[in-house]
Design a binder for this molecule. Sequence first.
Ligand code: HEM
Length: 443
Amino acid sequence: MGAVLATGGWMLQHAWQMRTDPLTFLVGCAAELGDVVEFPIPRQRVLFVNDPDAALRVLQGNHRAYGKRTIQYDALSLVTGEGLLTSDGAVWRRSRRLVQPAFHPRTLDAVGGHVAAAGERLLADWRARPAGTVVDVDDAMMRVALEVVGAALFSTDLGPQSRRLVHAVLEALDVVVARARSPLPLPLAVPTPGHRRLRAAVATLDATVADLVARRRAAGAGADADLLGLLLAARDGSDALSDRQVRDEVVTLVVAGHETVASALTWTWWLVSGAPEVAARLAEESDRVLAGRAPTAADYPALRYARAVFDEALRLYPPAWVITRRALEADELAGAEVPAGALVILSTYALHRHPAVWTNPERFDPERFTDGAAVRRAYLPFGAGPRLCVGRDFALLEGTLLLAQVSGAYRLERLPGQRVRPEALVTIRPRGGLPLRLVHRHP
Ligand code: HEM
């Protein structure tokens, strides 16, 4: 079967939804039109592919036929330069060889410590509030994830500098998302207010990273103290990263490792707050494994239920909700012809609800994952193939430990009649934040 063409009339009918609620749009599009849909876009072929095997073929089986020169990644590269997430071909292969070793098990041990520290700060902040306080959990998770990735990258330098760096990244991403959504983005040289903000944010990024790198080189600090140290010391034969490349990788790790984890945790709390039996099992596991102390990376294997809850939250609200590729050569996906140059859109959000794979897909059910993190068909929260998320283990460890740590102390309750609207930006975020009520488990 070939691709089903979404007609101009159909597109017009769905134009508003596509803009305001792309998640529901994509799920509906696959349900209505099928697993391979062609959007009628002038001057380029655009295919939305929701067939699980075809998605794996794009990312893994025939990955050589697909590259990253898409609007999504070109927009991001305005901030991340030629970092791992956005680069392609030989540039990417070399960076991956140099960066991947930084994510070895010792780094993950350190991540455990950073999570515990950030989690303790969060709990201390919550303890200082009166019983029944409503907190913005989205804001809290953004803060925790920022502290963790900041500490993993810069350890001791975590201060005003890294805070400035991260704020500049968020500011720049804001403009980039708006730009990627615009049907006719103006050239960057046109000094719109957005472009001026972007330029200022990127200048701050460049200056801050340059300063951090210069100070670190001058101090000659231990190569394996943190990710920045590991990037500066990375060698493949005589090959090393230049200062510019270190800048691009540092910014990439902040972009890729902050909001993604925060978004996943925020949605986990939303789902758990609606499922008292899941909350109770999480608390029971936390009591049994941690008994009130802060977690370490060594606790990770024992926190199996927390991990299953996080896996299931990543299914329902995958932060990287859309993954795009450009076909470098002709291919065939689920029987549909893909010409060279076509844009291929995959959506983890839609794949994770594929009715042929998941029973009752909208239901939050961690039991789907309690038999271990088996490789699932149509489950790709971290992508697949050679471009699989380099921070996957980092993120799973962080999410699992924090979930267990907080569940030991608090239950988070929904407000009466509360609803949330997911907003699909760089990641999926609850529009207007996520207010939940704190209930202390051991008052
Ligand atoms: C729940 C959290 C996370 C999710 C859902 C996530 C998801 C993803 C996905 C789907 C990709 C592949 C994109 C593609 O194929 O086009 C990716 C790549 C990447 N991620 Fe993550 N990620 C998360 C956390 C992290 C963390 C914590 C870091 C680093 C500290 C990180 C760093 C990266 C990098 C550098 C890449 C590019 C890898 C490459 O192409 O070689 N991510 N991530």
